[in-house]
Design a protein around this ligand. Structure first.
Ligand code: NAD
Length: 461
């Protein structure tokens, strides 16, 4: 994953170096020098903070848990990014995720830099009291580098609003009298969190797909018809299709279930969600699945979909039960990936039949698979574009905390979708007008923005 991000950033810089209309004030040796500096700045973090959290467990033993906070770049604003609680967290992964945050925030015009945190632990192996202590220790160890105008963490895999509430409370104790509401986002609503934060990523993920295939296409049909791009032909094929689009969704957690519900309720496109999956199973129904009933079932069963005929009957859902990986290879129009990284890779890329893939998870399509699919005209809506809803609503939460004025859920969704629409309107014309995949177009846009800002800040010598 590391090399994939670095490689695309470097490709973008190489293309921009040749494009003399970009930063025309930089010429000759000074231009080469500036682009070398840019490569160095964007491929390495500004700061890497690492510590071992010393925690006394309830059984009397003491453990030292590795913990990280990586501050990648703050040219556009305070560092921002989640804290991952997972046993596989490692330094390289956190650095890579922090650099993705820098690019994602630049792409969507969110006034933040990129950061990421991680704690190497399996949260299920600790009691609530121990997790509370671990969260407090994390803030104690890193309090000097965190803060509403310095570095603002949020939840990530394995953490949620409970952890953010604990961390914000600890920050408040350590820094009495200072503004604290904006020190962490993803908090519970009662503690200054934003309405709509939970649904934000899934809603945004579905929106990017709907906007591309409906709103943008309606406005730009003529432009697309005149384009030589394979991707434009692919999009127009769907537009001309008489039957409803068939959709499969991998992952039925926070992101996948909300995206599936958005598809189920969508008034703009004729859709059918024919398959959903989770860590246990794929459920398939060619006539379309009853998504609200499945959400109700998962909410009563620890997040898991029905896995037996008995459970399907309990959920009142008609479906065929298949293996969990079958979801990837179904003959559907659209595949949403909202589970894990590296799901479509070198060895299974040839089995994918969907012509549109939407990355709700981070990096679910590897670079080899991405290139293979893109060469066939498959449109991959990349993570950096599709799953930014969480950080956008985190930004709205941070603003609400500063203003101590809170928005209704409706206002939050309006602002969220407006921001994503603006990004799509900037990126899509370039994407359909050139041969590069959407991911490359997004990276180029982010790198251009960061390069211009760094140049104007006098950082490229
Ligand atoms: P979640 O834990 O709520 O849901 C994950 C889902 O994936 C569950 O349904 C789980 O059963 C399923 N799953 C787990 N292992 C699987 C496997 N091997 N095969 C198929 N399904 C499997 O997580 P989430 O918050 O929905 O996040 C999903 C992905 O999106 C993660 O990669 C996360 O990093 C990314 N993401 C989430 C957010 C957010 O705001 N939640 C924002 C950006 C990116």
């Amino acid at each position: 994953m590391i090399s994939q991000t670095r490689m695309i950033v470097q490709d973008s810089l190489d293309a921009l170096l040749e494009d003399t209309a970009f930063l025309p004030g930089l010429e000759g040796e000074a231009r080469k020098q500036a682009f070398t500096s840019l490569g160095a700045i964007l491929s390495t973090p500004n700061h890497l903070h690492k510590s071992f959290l010393r925690v006394a467990l309830e059984n009397g033993s003491v453990v030292r848990i590795p913990a990280f906070r990586v501050q990648h770049n703050n040219a556009l604003g305070p560092y921002k990014g989640g804290i991952r609680f997972h046993e596989s967290v490692n330094e390289d992964e956190v650095i890579n995720l922090a650099s993705l945050m820098t690019l994602k925030n630049a792409l969507h015009d969110v006034p933040y830099g990129g950061g990421k945190g991680g704690i190497v632990l399996d949260p299920r192996a600790y009691s609530e009291k121990e997790l509370h202590l671990i969260c407090k220790k994390y803030v104690q160890y890193f309090s000097d580098i965190l803060g509403p105008d310095k570095d603002i963490p949020a939840p990530d895999m394995g953490s949620g609003e409970r952890e953010m509430d604990w961390m914000m409370a600890e920050y408040k104790s350590i820094r009495p009298g200072q503004a604290y509401k904006g020190s962490f986002t993803g908090k519970s609503v009662i503690n200054g969190g934003s309405l709509g934060r939970r649904e934000a990523t899934g809603k945004g993920v579905y929106f990017t797909f709907r906007y591309l295939l409906h709103d943008f296409l309606q406005k730009q049909r003529e432009f697309l018809s005149n384009s030589e791009s394979l991707f434009a032909k692919n999009a127009l094929d769907y537009d001309n299709s008489a039957s409803p689009l068939t959709i499969a969704v991998q992952g039925f957690g926070n992101v996948g279930s909300v995206a599936a519900l958005e598809a189920y309720q969508c008034q703009h496109l004729q859709n059918k969600v024919v398959a959903v999956s989770d860590r246990n199973v794929t459920l398939f129904n060619a006539d379309g699945l009853d998504i609200p009933s499945l959400i109700k079932f998962t909410s009563l069963h620890g997040g898991d979909l029905p896995t037996t005929e008995l459970e399907l009957a309990e959920a009142n859902v008609k479906a065929v039960i298949q293996n969990r990986s079958d979801v990837l290879y179904l003959d559907v129009d659209v595949l949403f990936l909202a589970a894990l990284e590296d799901q479509i890779h070198d060895t299974n890329k040839g089995k994918i039949k969907a012509r549109i893939i939407v990355e709700g998870a981070n990096a679910p399509v590897t670079s080899e698979a991405d290139e293979y699919l893109s060469n066939k005209g498959v449109i991959v809506i990349p993570d950096i574009l599709a799953n930014a809803g969480g950080v956008i609503v985190s930004y709205l939460e941070w603003m609400q905390g500063r203003e101590t004025q809170f928005y209704s859920e409706e206002q939050v969704y309006r602002l969220l979708l407006e921001k994503m629409k603006n990004t799509m309107d900037t990126i899509l014309p370039a994407f359909f007008g050139d041969p590069h995949p959407l991911r490359q177009n997004c990276y180029i846009h982010s790198v251009m923005k960061l390069s211009t800002v760094l140049y104007r800040q006098g950082k490229l010598y």
